[in-house]
Design a protein around this ligand. Structure first.
Ligand code: ATP
Ligand code: MG
Length: 571
């Protein structure tokens, strides 16, 4: 069961429970006051916002307590891993604004792990099992009934040693044998029931190539890597709680092997678990994200609808807004579902401070200023960002023929319609006050042009120009603007918690998650804006140029609207 959490975006002042545990360890003088964490992604996909939560924790603890956070690629399964993922993970972490100490790979320890496994066999703590994985699974028992011992459990140590070497040859048949730790088939913790610690894989590894044919399992690599590196706090997510006793047990063996068991409690990594991030209207499972990409249900890992960091970057989210959001939801010991609206609020809040204000018309209709001279144009001054004077100003060209939003005009408007309607005045942003005089329709009654007259004395910024008119509209000059494609995104899934839904996730996809507006107009100044530059299309929302853009074909992504309209529509 997941509960939906409600949080304000206020900064948290009190210590998180992880910080509390770290401070307790520091107070006890553990590890000589040294703090070392790691972020351990498996390079089998792109990072998503859930990983960002772990990154903020791992790097955040190191930063706060003058420690170091290393990056360690948990690359123990060559069948799903590659260098493209490694490169993108490095890029995404830097983009979030974090700096790692060293970059390590679990594959750096294959030799050491092999030696440890050999030591385990020699101690009678591991054996080669030649049963099939199905047979092994059948013998596991249940949490309340003990498992059954494998017929190979007590085979001679020499035999296991020989077979272990055989496992690591190209001739070894995948699935024909595994190495299992010899622990306790009756332990209520299922992870102790002789876990598999090595298996045969012949797919070449992205770093070690074909050197290895036998690979350690996660539980035989993770804690060991932490130990080899001198990690003091190994922070991970709650699903690893049941793995912790095995993690500690295997570290005990390592310390025994090293002869450092006289001081079992010191210099050993401590595993601490926090709750995963789950967000409404999206999925975080790598398997499902892979399916979305491979089945071309999205345009790629960086599709702006994806919960990936590269998708969010492409959409126009700032790293600061993601960090602020993560900080606001905090870390707990129980799983929950966080409202994506909270993330969007953090994005709006941050982009309000950063975005350059420009004018763009997404659903254009012509507006002709009938008393403005044909062929004349004027450069109007536009403030780039009212939140930050240092961002300066730019020019927007005004002329006789403009585009405005179709929705900003009504022929028979109710009294409170403060936009364009015959007989009423409105201000055109950064330009003049105009009075609508009428409109022209086609044979079907569609409005194809609106007419207005401008007041030459009402230019923005001029003395006496500020007579009160109720509405201010954005516009672009038809002869000076640029055509653009605008992509607007909605929730990728139409149910709040697709990850917990019994239906196949394909059935839960929102068919209208992408709307393309091919025929928008943006002011010339916006045409040069590149991916990475935050924009606000005034009165509409935040936008960013898409990498698909060319100088001849402009493309913008809608990052988020100015207000949370979703909440209103759907509640
Ligand atoms: P996989 O299914 O491939 O194991 P994963 O999401 O666990 O996927 P990893 O690359 O193993 O991916 O994750 C790296 C780290 O990020 C782990 O420590 C993991 O606990 C953490 N992490 C992954 N998903 C989330 C999430 N949704 N919230 C918080 N932390 C997460
Ligand atoms: Mg994982």
């Amino acid at each position: 069961m997941t509960v939906k959490e409600d949080h304000s975006t206020e900064e948290k002042k009190s210590l998180s429970f992880v910080e509390q545990l770290v401070e307790d360890d520091l107070a006890k003088g553990k590890n000589g006051g040294r703090i070392q964490t790691r972020f351990p992604p498996e390079p089998n996909g792109y990072l998503h916002i859930g990983h960002a939560k772990a990154i903020c924790m791992d790097f955040g603890i190191a930063e706060k307590y003058n420690g170091v956070c290393n990056l360690r690629f948990d690359d123990t399964n060559p069948s799903k891993e590659n260098n493209e993922y490694v490169e993108n993970i490095l890029h995404d972490i830097s983009w979030l604004g974090f700096k790692w100490g060293n970059v390590y790979y679990a594959s750096d320890y294959f030799e050491k792990l092999w030696d440890f496994a050999v030591w385990m066999i020699k101690q009678g703590l591991a054996y080669i099992d030649e049963q099939t994985s199905e047979e092994i699974a059948q013998q596991k028992g249940t949490p309340t009934t003990p498992g059954t011992a494998s017929p190979y459990r007590d085979r001679p140590i020499e035999e296991s040693l020989e077979l272990f070497n055989k496992m690591n040859t190209p001739e070894a048949v995948e699935g024909s044998m595994v190495l299992r730790a010899k622990l306790d088939m009756a332990n209520p913790n299922m992870h102790f029931r002789d876990p598999i610690i090595y298996r045969i894989i012949h797919i070449p590894h992205h770093r070690t190539g074909t050197k290895w044919n036998a690979y350690p399992m996660y539980d035989f690599a993770h804690g060991q890597s932490d130990y080899f590196e001198g990690v003091t706090h190994s922070i991970c997510t709650l699903e690893f709680v049941p793995h912790r006793p095995l993690y500690d047990h295997l570290v005990d063996f390592l310390k025994t092997m090293d002869g450092s068991d006289d001081n079992m409690q010191d210099n050993r990594p401590r595993q601490i678990e926090f709750n995963r991030l789950n967000l409404t209207y999206t999925v975080m499972s790598k398997r499902k994200l892979h399916s979305l990409v491979e089945e071309r249900l999205v345009s790629g890992w960086d599709d702006p609808r994806m919960p990936t960091l590269c998708g969010m970057r492409r959409r126009g989210y700032s790293p600061e807004s993601i960090r602020k959001f993560i900080n606001s939801i905090g870390y707990t010991k129980f799983d929950a579902l966080n409202d994506v609206a909270l993330l969007e609020a953090a994005v709006r809040d941050d982009l309000n401070k950063k975005a350059c204000r420009v004018s763009a018309v997404l659903d254009p209709v012509k507006l002709v200023i009938t008393n403005y001279p044909e062929g004349k144009s004027e450069e109007m001054e536009a403030i780039n960002n009212p939140e930050n004077e240092a961002d300066g100003t730019h020019h927007i060209t005004f002329s006789k023929n403009l585009w405005i939003e179709r929705g900003d005009f009504m022929e028979d408007a109710p009294k409170k319609f403060f936009r364009m309607t015959p007989g009423k005045e409105v201000r055109l942003k950064n330009a003049y006050i105009v009075k609508c005089t009428g409109c022209t329709k086609d044979e079907e009654g569609n409005i194809i042009e609106i007419q207005a007259e401008y007041d030459p004395l009402s230019k923005s910024g001029l003395e006496g120009a500020n007579r009160k008119v109720k509405g201010t509209l954005h516009w672009v000059s038809a002869d000076h603007c640029r055509q653009a494609e605008v992509r607007e995104y909605d929730r990728l899934f139409f149910v709040e918690n697709p990850g917990a839904d019994e239906r196949d996730f394909h059935e839960l996809l929102n068919p209208d998650s992408l709307r393309v507006f091919p025929n928008c107009y943006v002011e010339a100044y916006a045409a040069d804006k590149q991916p990475g530059e935050y924009l606000q299309f005034q009165r509409i929302g935040y936008f960013m140029a898409d990498p698909d853009r060319t100088d001849d074909h402009l493309v913008f992504n809608k990052t988020v609207g100015l207000k949370d309209t979703w909440a209103k529509v759907n509640k």
